[in-house]
Ligand binder design. Structure first.
Ligand code: GLN
Length: 454
């Protein structure tokens, strides 16, 4: 009830929730109380969570932030949200996101932008973005409108909003969480993960969300470790890599200082820091912005006005006219841009020049990490190249917007776990985050390092 009241008071301003399922939440909470009374409490019994509106929820509208799914009520539950319900969680509602998770500012949602609950000390009237695409998830948790939230990360959409809102968030190893029932953006990069106030809360939530699922052919058939226990391991004797290619020219000095401060905290606790090289880093953004739109253009072909969602037709529409009207009315400008880029790089004359080349560079980026992890246990970098920016800033130039993802896309391209940890404030009092990247399926070390920084 306290969370529902907070949502009622603050959501009109923040716009973090697209759908609030108040009645259902109270029913779930009651059932939760009953289970607790019988001594049957699950690991998340009664914990109120928000679900990114990209996870299908049985009987509750799931929009993906798009007009084209504005009336879509799934008949099934995504594996990840189902796992949370199995463990006793209570769902408060579905939270806002960039349309089809394409964006870094939550300004591309068909349901309006989300506002960051933080503001600049010297300029409190400028409304700031919460980051994206999981902007609703991060804003809801930061503003105390949920104890935790699900999110997804294709190129940074868990870690960048977590950093902008001063909370923690982890993109686990590709394959750790099932993608079944999550609206697909770029299937070889998409991963689900939690955002929460602390690293340990993320560890607790991830343990429930993760696990093998025969319904996702890329799901990993591995045991799920006790991530929360790993948070208390400490970092004594660990070797921490500091990639020199992540020292960007023109990056605010505060971010460099915070990075050095974080490394010092780790050294103080017994870790050793070593400079490493990830030589193909500079190709990561262009590679991502070929691979992700290519897969998106294919995944989004299913929105045809026939199978689900919006249908726009005139009396005399033939099939092609139905497609054109539905997709023209249903997709916003960023989604159309991605479909056009993706279709272009996959077309006969350009496939070798762009898509195939991007796939080869992706393999090199992965190899850089494989080599680095022969000498270090984890890698620490800034999470983002800046703090949260204003809602009206960076909106006119897609390429500037894409630069937000410079530190995060590499982990997706290589399939590795990446954790954003709140690490300090800039001169305007805005939160800044650091990122911990680990070996595939070694989230435990990532949590240990993250908890030591936090
Ligand atoms: N900002 C990136 C993009 O627009 C990442 C999005 C994501 O991780 N879903 O594609």
């Amino acid at each position: 009830r306290a969370h529902l009241e907070a949502i009622e008071a603050l959501n009109p301003r923040l716009n973090a929730y697209i759908t609030v399922t108040a009645e259902r939440a109270l029913e779930q909470a009651k059932a939760s109380d009953a289970r607790r009374a019988e001594g049957l409490a699950g690991p998340l019994e009664g914990v109120p969570l928000a679900i990114k509106d990209l996870f299908c929820t049985a009987g509750t509208r799931t929009t993906a932030g798009s007009r084209i799914l504005g009336n879509f009520v799934p008949p099934y539950e995504s594996t990840v949200s189902g796992n949370l319900l199995r463990d006793g969680a209570v769902f408060l509602g579905k939270v806002n996101l960039d349309e089809f998770a394409m964006g870094s500012s939550n300004t591309t949602s068909a349901f309006g932008p989300v506002e960051n609950p933080w503001s600049r000390a010297n300029d409190p009237d400028t409304r700031l973005v919460p980051g994206g695409s999981s902007g609703g998830s991060a804003a809801a948790v930061a503003a105390r409108l949920a104890l935790g939230a699900t999110a997804t990360d294709t190129g940074g959409s868990i870690r960048q909003p977590a950093a902008f809102c001063g909370i923690a968030g982890i993109k686990p190893t590709y394959g750790r969480c099932s993608r079944w029932g999550i609206v697909a953006f770029a299937s070889s990069l998409d991963q689900a993960g939690p955002v929460a106030r602390t690293v340990e809360d993320c560890a607790i939530l991830l343990r429930s969300m993760a696990g093998f699922d025969p319904k996702d052919s890329t799901s990993a058939d591995l045991p799920v470790p006790d991530f929360a226990a790993a948070c208390a391991r400490g970092v004594k004797g660990l070797r921490i890599g500091v990639p020199r290619e992540y020292r960007l020219e023109g990056m605010p000095a505060e971010i460099g200082r915070l990075w050095e401060q974080g490394l010092q905290w780790l050294r103080d606790q017994g870790a050793e820091t070593v400079e490493i090289s990830l030589p193909h880093t500079k190709y990561a953004l262009p590679t991502y912005y070929i691979v992700a739109p290519a897969e998106a253009s294919s995944n989004l072909a299913r929105y045809d006005g026939v199978r689900f969602g919006l249908r726009e037709a005139a009396k005399d529409s033939d099939l092609r006219d139905l497609y054109e009207r539905t997709r023209a009315a249903g997709f916003g400008p960023e989604v159309r841009r991605r479909i056009m880029i993706g279709t272009y790089v996959l077309s006969a004359g350009y496939y070798d020049a762009y898509y195939l080349k991007a796939q080869k560079i992706r393999a090199l980026i992965k190899r850089d990490f494989d080599q680095a992890f022969q000498g270090v246990d984890a890698i620490v970098t800034p999470a983002t190249p800046s703090a949260a920016f204003g809602m009206d800033e960076r909106q006119d130039d897609p390429v500037t917007m894409y630069l937000n993802d410079v530190f995060t896309v590499t982990a997706n391209l290589a399939g590795l776990p990446g954790l954003a940890v709140p690490a300090g404030l800039d001169a305007q009092g805005l939160p800044l985050g650091l990122q911990v990247i680990g070996r595939a399926f070694d989230e435990e070390t990532v949590f240990a390092v993250g908890a030591a920084i936090e």
